[in-house]
Ligand binder design. Structure first.
Ligand code: IMP
Ligand code: MG
Length: 175
């Protein structure tokens, strides 16, 4: 395995934790009667696990795996469904949980797909947004942070499957 390059911190673990707690509170307030969270694997796993710890009450979870990146840091523009949901969305208040909205293609694809499954509502929650790279317009109902056009890793996000384990978000230094 090649050596890991140094990472420059963009968002500290403390900053992320504080924002995630705020977001959870806001979401819970908006859905007092229960909520069905759908996390997009793999990137959203850490965000989801922190988010739900701040959400008491009636919450259910499901997972979906999609891929728009072949390998490395450029998008192919094509969204592939790697794993579908286990449970129905019928009549549920659905919240899609994403790590980052970059081109917007993944969320746009999911919104189209989910609308065919008769949920009561569908909203989007993303930890990060990179508006500079938007290719389609998507509405993010709950957003953690807007970031510049840099490739970030950590807190679930990877570069070629590495760095997901970092508790903070950083930028891989080019060397
Ligand atoms: P979109 O379909 O272009 O919006 O891409 C969304 C997906 O691309 C995210 O869920 C991530 O998995 C991946 N992605 C986009 N930007 C980054 C990044 O800066 N670091 C790591 N993964 C990224
Ligand atoms: Mg993702």
């Amino acid at each position: 395995m090649p050596e890991l390059r140094p990472i420059e911190t963009l968002l500290s673990a403390d900053k992320i934790q504080a924002r995630v707690a705020e977001m959870a509170k806001e979401i819970r307030h908006d859905f007092p009667d229960g909520l069905h969270l759908v996390a997009v694997l793999k990137g959203a796993f850490m965000f989801l696990s922190d988010l739900v710890r701040h959400m008491p009450g009636d919450v259910s979870l499901d997972f979906m795996a999609l891929s728009s990146y072949a390998k490395g840091t450029t998008t192919s523009g094509e969204v592939r469904l790697l794993k579908d949901l286990d449970t129905t969305l019928d009549g549920k208040n659905v919240l899609i949980v994403e790590d980052i909205v970059d081109t917007g293609l993944t969320i746009a694809h999911l919104m189209d797909l989910f609308r065919t499954r008769q949920p009561r509502s569908v909203k989007v929650c993303a930890l990060l947004h990179k508006p500079a790279r938007a290719r389609v317009e998507v509405k993010i109902d709950y957003l953690g942070f807007t970031i510049e056009d840099k490739f970030v890793v950590g807190y679930g996000l990877d570069f070629a499957e590495r760095h997901r384990n970092l508790p903070y978000i950083g930028v891989v230094e080019r060397s």
